[in-house]
Design a protein around this ligand. Structure first.
Ligand code: AMP
Length: 114
């Protein structure tokens, strides 16, 4: 998508602090971190929300989760714990309409979430 900010990050058309990249995904630091560690994992392909991802993308979604866990381990969060979140649509707080996982760590998190 030409005007999608996360597509632009994936294509390196706008700068970001990339911590991991492969054929399917990019992981980079959130510009407005909500925790000491706040990294986003995006797909390179454009899907506006989780509602737009078909069953054929099961592998992609699984890969995104595994990349989040890998980055968590790289950042030393695997022992103390971390949270992985996907917001879908406005009621959940989605503000960028390109699927992404939030990897959050480095502090304690409340449950249920706000
Ligand atoms: P969400 O609200 O779940 O859609 O999450 C979108 C996230 O993207 C927010 O945490 C924003 O701070 C983050 N974000 C927006 N623009 C950028 C950017 N250019 N670089 C890094 N993170 C961004």
């Amino acid at each position: 998508m030409a005007d999608c900010i996360f597509c632009k990050i994936g294509r390196k058309e706008i700068p970001s602090k990339i911590v991991y990249e492969d054929r399917q995904v990019v992981a980079f630091e959130d510009i407005k971190p909500q925790a000491p560690i706040h990294t986003l994992v995006i797909s390179k392909g454009h899907f506006a929300t989780l509602n737009d991802v078909g069953a054929e993308e099961e592998g992609l979604l699984g890969h995104m989760m595994l990349v989040a866990a890998r980055v968590a381990k790289d950042k030393g969060l695997d022992k103390e714990g971390y949270r992985v979140v996907a917001n879908c649509l406005e009621a959940a707080g989605q503000s960028v309409f390109h699927i992404h996982l939030h990897l959050l760590g480095g502090r304690r998190f409340a449950w249920p979430p706000g």
